[in-house]
Each structure stands twice: as structure tokens, then as C-alpha cells.
Design a protein around this ligand. Structure first.
Ligand code: SF4
Length: 407
């Protein structure tokens, strides 16, 4: 479950990560050393980009002419384009499609268990099986949270959790059926590809059958959780037990074939290089080409890795994030929506993303204590705050649903 690091609601205390030992080196030490050069070079190359590379400027001319660019050209833009020229090119595409409108969603991210057998190296949320502080919410507890979400004006729940070894498909079918019976207006946008594969394995099913049974029970769409970086070199380092790139894309393809819409995501800022970020975008663009218009991915949502303790290289800056966002808008010419992040990058960068290709600021994730203590009033305060943020950046805010329809 990738976006646990951006969860506001249901946040758990992080697992203390032991300090690296002096000798022999831990695997973390080895990873840090191995990737320091790659991560440092990201900073060096992108700092150099402030001057503007003439070759990148020629690529931007092609973008302005409405041409699709190749992956190596996207790398050139990511590393070498003049910052403001890059932003202007992405903004022009975004304004042509969406004018001055910026959308947002009210939803709740509900974690159903922190028990997980996958043990990703970046994750501070999970607990091993039988850990004393492992927990799993009951269906009644989960239904109560869905009810709170609806009462507070939310339209979507994103139910995600660890890879629990004992939860088979009937547990999810019963949960989704009850949500649909008791809250038919709520959209169930839940379970990323790694969870789908885990449920399939625990249940002795294949992925298409798992998806069709979950959809029949009430699963509406899939978030792009667990994508991290869709390059196996990176995945082996940051989440070695998680599904590989082809499997992640295969789940999304199977979902698209059944008419289940999804989102694409990226968690940037661990060990990946600029070329690997673009490779990730290229894999998403290729899959979306095969899905066709009005199907497949609805949006691309990148965010920055938020460490409890830094495991790899240097942290992604807001500058680096905005370059990636702008290149995403330009390169992913078959994606409708590009979401800027304010949760992991802060309000200021969130506003600026709207000038670098972003047309959506994602969700106002209801905070559990806000919902309980303040009910609707607390939620409205959050909505007003985000709307004010959007207006102050020069755009018109609009609430949307999961399908990106303004409501
Ligand atoms: S799969 Fe498990 S360890 Fe990996 S991010 Fe999700 S909860 Fe954390």
C-alpha cells in the first residue's frame, strides 16, 4: 500500500527504525551507498537545468506544436529544460483542457489492518504477523467510518491495508457488499494492485477472477497504490517482496479490460534516477494507449517519499517535484488529469503545481479526530481552506466525484 506515507487519517505511530550498525554494513547501508551517486546526480543535473539546455528548448518547441515526445526527450526536459519555460508549456496544455478550473474531492482513507507480510523497506506503518501492536478493524468499525465519511460530505472511501495473511476474498466481498447496501452513494475506490495480487494468492484465485468478484461485491475503481517506481531495479531495493513492474501493470490491464477505472501514481525520491522516472511514465503511457479513450487510467498522481528517517540519498525538493509534474503533463498526453500534491509538499508547492500542469489537488482526506469532534463543521473548514488555496493561486475551485465530474 504505497500511499500510506501520505495518509492523514488513521495515522499510526511509526515503527522505530534501528540505527545503522558500524560493521558489518546492513543492507540499508549498502543501498544508501550504492544509490548515493545516482540520487546526488539527480540534484546535480537538475540544478544545472536552471540555465536551460538548447536541446531541451527544441523539445519544448515540439510540445508547443502539439507533438508527442519520446522518452529520451522527456529525460532531456526533466534534466535540462529551463524551469519557467517547462512550466509554461505544461500550463498551456492544462489551460487548453480545463481553463481556470481546479478540482478537489472529499474522501476518507481508511486503513483496515497494519499487519503485513510484505515488509517494504520504506514503510513505517506495517507490523509483522503476531506483532503485539498489530490490528485489524472489524467490518462494523469500518462501516462506522464510512458512515462518518458520508455524514461529513465525503463521496469516496479509499480502503487500503497491509497484506494480511488471513484475509481472503470473502472478507472483502462482505465488506464491500455491506458498504453498498448501507451507503449506496459512496464510491469504493480501494485496494491497489499489490493487495489484489495478495488477495488472489490467499484465496487461490487468478487476478481477473479476483477483480470481477470484488467488483460484483461493490469495488468501483482501483487506486494506483504500490507503484512506487515502475522499474524493477528500484523495486528490488525499496520493496523487494512487492509485485514487480509487469505484474503491477498486468493487474491494471486486467482491471481496464473489465471496465474498472484506475489511477496511476508515482512515489518519487528514493533511489531512482531521472531516466527511471521517465521509464515509469512511459510504461503508464503505453498501457493507457492500449486502454483507449474513456477507459483505463483517470489520472496520474505523483508524490514525494516522506521518510520517517532518511534511508536513501537526498529528499526530493519542491523544485524537483514541479519539474516532474510538468513533464508528466507534457509526456502523458493520453491522461486527462494530473494531480498536484499539497499533502506531501506543502501548501505553497501545492499552489504552484497548478501552474505546472496540475488540474486537480486531490482529496480533502477527512481526519478521524476532525470528523468525530467537529463533524460537518470541521470538514467544511477544510474545504474552505483548500478552496481559498486554489483561489489564491488564481483558479476556480470545484468539488468533483471519483469520475472527475463536477458536483
Ligand atoms: S505492502 Fe505492507 S509494507 Fe509495503 S507499503 Fe503496504 S503496508 Fe507497508
Amino acid at each position: 500500500m504505497t500511499n500510506l506515507t501520505r495518509t492523514v487519517s488513521d495515522r499510526q505511530e511509526p515503527t522505530p527504525i534501528p540505527a545503522p550498525s558500524a560493521a558489518p554494513p546492513t543492507q540499508t547501508d549498502t543501498i544508501t551507498a550504492t544509490n548515493k551517486a545516482a540520487r546526488d546526480s539527480v540534484g546535480r543535473r537538475i540544478r544545472r537545468a536552471g540555465l536551460g539546455d538548447p536541446a531541451a528548448a527544441r523539445v519544448l518547441d515540439r510540445v508547443t506544436a502539439g507533438e508527442r515526445i519520446a522518452p529520451d526527450e522527456a529525460v532531456l526536459l526533466l534534466e535540462g529544460a529551463d524551469f519557467l519555460a517547462l512550466g509554461r508549456a505544461a500550463d498551456a496544455i492544462r489551460r487548453k483542457r480545463f481553463g481556470g478550473r481546479v478540482t478537489y474531492l472529499i474522501d476518507r482513507n481508511i486503513n483496515y489492518t497494519n499487519v503485513c507480510v510484505t515488509a517494504c523497506r520504506f514503510c513505517a506503518f506495517f507490523r509483522p504477523t503476531h506483532a503485539p501492536d498489530g490490528w485489524t478493524l472489524s467490518h462494523d468499525e469500518l462501516l462506522a467510518r464510512v458512515a462518518e465519511t458520508e455524514a461529513a460530505g465525503g463521496t469516496q472511501v479509499m480502503i487500503q491495508g497491509g497484506h494480511h495473511p488471513d484475509l481472503a476474498i470473502d472478507w472483502y466481498e462482505e465488506l464491500f457488499s455491506r458498504i453498498k447496501a448501507e451507503h449506496p452513494e459512496i464510491t469504493v475506490h480501494s485496494l491497489g494492485p499489490p493487495e489484489i495480487c495478495h488477495i488472489a494468492e490467499v484465496s487461490g484465485l487468478d487476478v481477473p477472477e479476483t477483480l470481477s468478484r470484488l467488483a460484483a461485491a461493490g469495488l468501483d475503481s482501483l487506486p494506483g497504490a504500490g507503484a512506487e517506481i515502475l522499474v524493477d531495479r528500484v523495486r528490488k531495493l525499496v520493496s523487494p517482496r512487492k509485485i514487480d513492474t509487469d505484474t503491477w501493470l498486468g493487474v491494471m490491464e486486467a482491471a481496464h479490460e473489465q471496465g474498472i477505472r484506475t489511477t496511476g501514481t508515482m512515489m518519487m525520491g528514493t533511489v531512482e534516477t531521472p531516466a527511471e522516472r521517465v521509464e515509469h511514465l512511459a510504461r503508464l503511457r503505453d498501457l493507457q494507449d492500449s486502454a483507449g479513450d474513456g477507459a483505463g487510467f483517470r489520472a496520474f498522481i505523483p508524490w514525494t517519499y516522506q521518510p520517517v528517517r532518511r534511508l536513501w540519498g537526498e529528499e526530493s525538493s519542491g523544485y524537483e517535484y514541479m519539474r516532474l509534474l510538468a513533464v508528466s503533463r507534457i509526456f502523458l498526453d493520453n491522461f486527462d488529469h494530473i494531480q498536484g500534491s499539497w499533502l506531501t509538499t506543502g501548501d505553497d508547492v501545492g499552489q504552484l503545481t497548478l501552474h505546472f500542469g496540475g488540474d486537480d489537488l486531490g482529496s480533502i482526506m477527512l481526519e478521524e479526530n476532525v470528523v468525530r469532534a467537529a463533524g460537518k463543521a470541521g470538514t467544511l473548514a477544510s474545504v474552505e481552506r483548500l478552496a481559498a488555496l486554489i483561489r489564491a493561486a488564481g483558479f476556480t475551485p470545484a468539488q468533483r466525484n471519483t469520475a472527475y465530474e463536477v458536483i
